[in-house]
Write a protein that binds this ligand. Structure first.
Ligand SMILES: O=C(O)C[C@H](O)C(=O)O
Length: 508
C-alpha cells in the first residue's frame, strides 16, 4: 500500500504541462532530424528546418512550441493498492487544478483554448479546463500518468470507420490519409486503435500516441506480431503518398505509426486513426508516494543546430503601401518576406464578422481590412519584452466558408494561414485575383519573433480569438495559392508521389 499526496499529484501535473509546452520529446526531435536529413523536396525540407529551429528555440526560451497549447489529455492508471492522503478532490478535479496552474503560470502562460457549451455559446473557460481524463484501475501501488496537450488542428483530422471483418486496415489508411489534408501539421505520427467498440477504438488510438517513436528499431529487428507488421506496412504506404511536411509534397509524411488493439465483436472491425502534429507533446511519470514527479530537463545540445535562410533575391514587401495589383505576379511556391501591418482573425471572429455584415452593422469600429492581409491566428499572451507570445498559423481550411464574404465585402488583399484551401475557395481566390500565403504550422515561437508590435483592435472578449493588429518585420511566408489559382497543396504532393514511385522503380 502506498499513500499518494493529492498535492504531489497536482504539482506533477502542473510541472508536466509546463515541461511539454516547451520540450518536444527527444525521440520526436531525432525522428524529425532524420526526416530533415533525408528530405529532397526543398519546400518540405525548409518546413522541417523551421520546425526544428523552433523546437530548439522553445527549449532554450522555455516558451511554447506552438500557439495551440492544446487540450489536456491524461491517462491515469491507479494501482489497486494506492490510498490518497485526502479524498476531497476527484482525480478529474486534481488534473484540472494542475492544468489551471500550468496554463495560468505568469512566467510561461499557455493559451486557454477550451470553450464550454460547444454546441451553443462556445465561451472560453479561460484556464484551459476541463481536461480529458481516462482512469484505469490496475494492479500495484503506484499511480502512472501519461499526459499530452493535443492540438486542435490534428485532433480535427481524426477519422473513424466500422470496417467489415475482412477489410484491410492499411488500405483504408492509404485511402483516408490524403483526405485529411495538411491541417494536422505533418510530419507527425498516426495513432490507430483497432477493435473493442467504437469508443474503445478511439481511446486506444489516443493512448497509442503516448509511446515513443521507435519505428526504425522495429524495421531493424523485424515485425513479430500482426500489429507490428501492420505498423510497418502503413508507415511505408503513408510515406509513399508524397504528402510531405505541411502538405507541400515530400518524402516524410509520418515519422511513426502506432497501433493498439482490443478484442472485438465477430461482426465488427472498428478503426480510429488520430494524427499527432509536428508539435507532438507528451510525457510519462509515476508516483509511488515518495513525492512529486521529477522531470529532468533535456540537454539543448541534443537538438540539431540548423539555420533557415531565405535567398538574397527573396521578394520583400511593404504591407503598408501594398495593393492587390502588386501581388499579381507572386507565384506559387515563392517565399515572400512581409513587413508592415496585418490584421488577425480566426473562427470566432469570422463568425461574428459574418453576423455583423449580414445584419447590416458593417465592420466593428477600428477595423479596416482595406488592402490588408488577414492572418488566421490565435496567439499566446506575451511575457517580458515579447510583443506577443508564440503565434503560428491556424488551419485556413476552416475559414473557407467565410472567404467569399471576406474577399467580396471587406477589401482584404489576401490571407495567411496553414494547410490547404478547398477547391471552391481556390477558385474564389482566382476569381477575386486574391492570394493565400502560408506560414509553417508548428513553428509558432519562431514566427512570433517577426512580430514587433501587437494590439487588440476588436472582439477583446474572444480572448485569443480577438482581432489583433500585428506589425511584422520580414515575416517569411510562402505563396500557397497564387492569383491564377495555382495551388501548392495539390501540385506538391502530386509531384512527390510520382517522384517516390520513380525512386522505388530505380531501387527495384
Ligand atoms: O488553434 C490553433 O492555433 C491551431 C490549431 O491547432 C490548428 O492547427 O488549426
Amino acid at each position: 500500500m502506498s499513500v499518494i499526496r493529492q498535492q504531489d499529484f497536482i504539482d506533477s501535473i502542473e510541472d508536466a504541462l509546463q515541461y511539454i509546452s516547451y520540450y518536444h520529446p527527444l525521440d520526436f526531435v531525432q525522428a524529425l532530424e532524420k526526416a530533415y536529413n533525408k528530405e529532397q523536396s526543398k519546400a518540405a525540407k525548409d518546413a522541417i528546418a523551421q520546425i526544428l529551429i523552433n523546437s530548439r528555440m522553445s527549449a532554450e526560451g522555455r516558451r511554447p512550441l506552438c500557439q495551440d497549447t492544446g487540450i489536456v489529455t491524461c491517462f491515469v492508471k491507479i494501482g489497486m493498492d494506492v490510498k490518497w492522503d485526502k479524498t476531497d478532490l476527484t482525480v478529474q478535479q486534481m488534473v484540472d487544478e494542475g492544468t489551471r496552474r500550468a496554463y495560468l503560470n505568469p512566467n510561461n502562460p499557455l493559451r486557454a483554448s477550451i470553450v464550454a457549451d460547444p454546441a451553443g455559446s462556445r465561451k472560453n473557460t479561460k484556464d484551459n479546463t476541463p481536461s480529458v481524463v481516462h482512469i484505469d484501475m490496475v494492479p500495484g501501488a503506484e499511480v502512472e500518468v501519461m499526459i499530452a496537450a493535443k492540438g486542435g488542428g490534428s485532433e480535427n483530422k481524426t477519422k473513424m470507420v466500422m470496417l467489415n471483418p475482412s477489410d484491410d486496415v492499411a488500405e483504408w489508411v492509404e485511402k483516408t490519409l490524403p483526405l485529411m489534408g495538411a491541417g494536422w501539421c505533418p510530419p507527425g505520427m498516426l495513432g490507430i486503435g483497432i477493435g473493442g467498440t467504437a469508443e474503445k477504438a478511439a481511446v486506444l488510438a489516443k493512448e497509442s500516441l503516448m509511446d515513443p517513436v521507435d519505428i526504425h528499431e522495429l524495421m531493424e529487428r523485424g515485425a513479430e506480431t500482426a500489429e507490428e507488421k501492420l505498423r510497418l506496412e502503413i508507415y511505408e504506404r503513408a510515406n509513399k503518398l508524397g504528402i510531405g511536411a505541411q502538405g507541400l509534397g515530400g518524402l516524410t509524411t509520418v515519422v511513426d505509426v502506432k497501433i493498439k488493439t482490443a478484442p472485438t465483436h465477430a461482426a465488427s472491425k472498428p478503426v480510429v486513426m488520430i494524427p499527432n502534429c509536428a508539435a507532438t507533446r507528451h510525457v510519462h511519470f509515476t508516483l509511488d508516494g515518495s513525492g512529486p514527479a521529477n522531470l529532468e530537463a533535456p540537454k539543448v545540445e541534443d537538438w540539431p543546430e540548423l539555420t533557415f535562410e531565405v535567398g538574397a533575391d527573396t521578394r520583400r514587401v511593404n504591407l503598408d503601401t501594398l495593393t492587390k495589383e502588386d501581388t499579381l505576379d507572386w507565384k506559387m511556391g515563392e517565399t515572400v518576406l512581409l513587413t508592415g501591418k496585418i490584421l488577425t482573425g480566426r473562427d470566432a471572429a469570422h463568425k461574428r464578422l459574418q453576423d455583423m455584415i449580414n445584419s447590416g452593422q458593417g465592420l466593428p469600429e477600428g477595423v479596416d481590412f482595406d488592402n490588408k492581409f488577414i492572418y488566421y491566428v490565435g496567439p499566446v499572451d506575451a511575457v517580458g519584452n515579447e510583443a506577443v507570445g508564440p503565434a503560428g498559423p491556424t488551419t485556413a481550411t476552416r475559414m473557407d466558408k467565410f472567404t467569399d464574404m471576406m474577399l467580396e465585402k471587406t477589401g482584404i488583399i489576401g490571407m495567411i494561414g496553414k494547410a490547404e484551401r478547398g477547391p471552391a475557395t481556390v477558385e474564389s481566390i482566382k476569381q477575386n485575383k486574391s492570394i493565400y500565403l502560408m506560414a509553417v504550422g508548428g513553428a509558432a515561437y519562431l514566427v512570433s519573433k517577426a512580430i514587433k508590435k501587437a494590439r487588440v483592435v476588436a472582439f477583446e472578449d474572444l480572448g485569443m480569438e480577438a482581432i489583433y493588429e500585428f506589425e511584422v518585420e520580414d515575416m517569411p511566408v510562402t505563396v500557397a495559392v497564387d492569383s491564377d489559382g495555382n495551388n501548392a497543396h495539390t501540385a506538391g504532393p502530386a509531384i512527390w508521389k510520382a517522384k517516390i514511385e520513380e525512386l522505388d522503380e530505380k531501387l527495384r
